[in-house]
Write a protein that binds this ligand. Structure first.
Ligand code: AMP
Length: 596
């Protein structure tokens, strides 16, 4: 497959304001081993490893308690800064509050709220109490909340009075195991929502009354810490189980892949309702002792620029959808914003089109560094590193400590790595690594099936080139087979994105009597372009020229928007189901404005 369409971005180390941590990739990879890296963590005084200790308390022990941990910027313009010492006390109080309620280690604390400071206190405080945390996206409706809370046996729900009234109260009968609800909000709203129900508590009354001292008990690194729900292609969401020991991977990826340095101001735009927003919106940067910016408001491109400039963000972690939104707006919108503090930008969650990487370079003077991982891997596995050249469109190279491979299934039901470069196949990771999921909740069989011959099978198809760079081809479920060709939707979408009229593209396979499947593309246009037959033909022609007739779409349909998950992933399977009149499957993670 001819992957590279844009020139290599060559890094000039002498022009970088900060020396990247990972300078010699081959040597670091050769020398790395997880055991020897264990001292990166401090470990609990009481024994074992606890995520919250590594993220918060250890910085106090090192005399860095006064450093700002969280810079919170409220919707209404209010601001709140919490030092590591403040965060230590606040999380201690919450841990004590859980104990006061009789909630013990292993019990599940669900967090359902917007990006308020209490969200961060609740997540880290519950981890200190050795409870299991499951953050939910606040935009979920009652049904997805109920399914997840039932599956995960929610014991406590931390939410706001508004969300409680609108979404949770009506579920209480269905959730007999949900013994406590803790509400964050104004006293009046909380009292009205609680309506005298003794199981509904006011955060301030409950938590503020608790002692700011708490000693984290010995924590088994293999004990469950986080429960993250992923949406399967159909049916019920899967609950991926992660343990406290995963924090070693957060430390290592924060250091190498995001290149976090002590003085950084870091902004991760993902909501903590998703794994990225927890692993990298909370844990990894705090473990590195870095200040995180938390923006309560929903985002648009203009807000991004404002926040980046005003907060002097140095390292930014975002997603392809966000980047495509900025591209749609054009570089004009960037004018007048002082982004001189920004030194490293990265992206995750979906394939990052080469066009977007290059656009970053033009607009910001910095390229976007794509990286790849999944809920199941718990942390970044493949990345473009600060000091390594970028091949636009590639996900980069495996992290030190991670062995990736393209594997083939063998006849005996096993798998084998393919050593020849420039081959496509399923992307697999050699087990184990610290943040590898330890199970799918209540689904042992499904979990076991992910592991074969010492490899974790990702369900993604990729391509490895002769230089060791990995290229995303598509989810195995989304790949199109047409007249004997295996077509990755990403390749076709990226070619369409090169056309100046195209803001977003999604490609699916349509059954065809002759070819098996043919490619169909859905396209959303940039402002100022008119959907119509002339443009349709022009795009078909452009794609044919770029990709060849065998791979180019046979049909293009214009859409105002493409259906996306709340984490910004284009839902190709939904486009396909609608196109073919098939069942739509689980839509709980779909952005509501796309629901029919
Ligand atoms: P989730 O577990 O919901 O975070 O989704 C993980 C999936 O998102 C992966 O298996 C990929 O299909 C996709 N994904 C994540 N990051 C990337 C990336 N950098 N390039 C391409 N696909 C990605």
């Amino acid at each position: 497959m001819g992957m590279q369409s844009m020139p290599r971005i060559v890094k000039d180390l002498s022009a970088m304001p900060v020396r990247p941590h990972l300078l010699d990739y081959p040597r670091t990879v050769a020398d790395f081993n997880w055991q020897a890296t264990a001292p990166w963590l401090d470990g609990l005084p009481a024994g074992g490893i606890n995520i919250a200790y590594e993220a918060v308390d250890r910085h106090l022990a090192r005399g860095r308690g006064a450093r700002t941990a969280i810079r919170w910027r409220g919707k209404d313009g209010s601001r709140r800064d919490l030092s590591f010492a403040d965060l230590a006390q606040a999380t201690n109080r919450f841990a004590n509050a859980l104990s006061a309620l009789g909630v013990g280690p292993g019990e599940r604390v669900f967090v359902l709220m917007g990006r308020l400071p209490e969200l961060y206190m609740a997540v880290l405080g519950a981890l200190k109490a050795r409870c299991v945390v499951s953050p939910l996206f606040s935009a979920f409706g009652p049904e997805p909340i109920a399914t997840r809370a039932e599956m995960g046996d929610a014991r406590v729900m931390v939410t706001t009075p508004e969300l409680y009234m609108r979404k949770v109260k009506g579920l209480r009968e269905r959730l007999p195991g949900l013994r406590h609800v803790i509400l964050v909000g104004g006293a009046q709203a909380v009292a009205a929502a609680a309506a005298g129900d003794p199981s509904v508590h006011d955060w301030h009354t409950l938590v503020d009354a608790c002692s700011p001292d708490f000693t984290i008990a010995a924590t088994d690194p293999e004990s469950m810490a986080l429960l993250h729900f992923t949406s399967g292609t159909t049916g019920r969401p899967k609950g991926a189980v992660h343990v406290h020991g995963a924090v070693l991977a957060h430390a290592v990826t924060g250091y190498y892949a995001l290149d976090l340095h002590e003085d950084d101001v870091f902004w991760c735009t993902a909501d903590p309702g998703w794994v990225t927003g927890t692993s990298y919106g909370i844990i990894a940067p705090l473990v590195q002792g870095v200040t995180i910016v938390v923006v309560e408001a929903e985002f648009d491109a203009a807000t991004w620029y404002k926040v980046l400039a005003r907060e002097r963000v140095t390292v930014w972690y975002t997603a392809p959808t966000a980047i495509r939104m900025m591209m749609k707006l054009g570089t004009e919108a960037l004018r007048g914003h002082d982004l001189s503090a920004l030194r490293f930008m990265s992206s995750v969650g979906e394939p990052l089109n080469p066009e977007a990487v290059v656009w970053g370079q033009q607009a910001f003077g910095l390229p976007f560094h794509d990286n790849w991982w999944q809920t199941e891997t718990g942390g970044i596995m493949i990345a473009n590193f600060a000091a390594l050249d970028i091949l636009p469109g590639s996900m980069g190279k495996p992290l030190p400590g991670i062995t990736a491979a393209i594997v083939r299934r063998t006849e005996g039901g096993g798998v084998q790595p393919v050593d020849t470069p420039d081959t496509d196949g399923e992307l697999a990771l050699k087990t184990p690594w610290p943040s590898m999921m330890r199970g799918y909740l209540h689904e042992d069989e499904r979990y076991r099936k992910c592991f074969v011959d010492g490899w974790y099978l990702t369900g993604d198809l990729a391509h490895r080139d002769a230089q060791g760079y990995y290229w995303f081809v598509g989810r195995a479920d989304d790949v199109i087979k047409s007249s004997g060709h295996l077509i990755g939707p990403f390749e076709v979408e990226s070619a369409l994105m090169e056309h100046p009229a195209v803001a977003e593209a999604a490609v699916i396979g349509i059954p065809d009597a002759m070819a098996g499947e043919v490619v169909k593309a859905f396209v959303a246009l940039k402002p100022g372009f008119e959907a119509g037959e002339a443009l349709r033909r022009e795009l078909l022609g452009h794609a044919r020229k770029r990709l060849g007739a065998a791979v180019a779409p046979k049909d293009i349909e214009f859409r105002l928007n493409l259906p996306k998950t709340r984490s910004g992933k284009i839902m190709r399977r939904l486009l396909k189901a609608r196109e073919l009149g098939l069942p739509e499957g689980d839509l709980s993670t779909l952005e509501s404005d796309e629901k029919k």
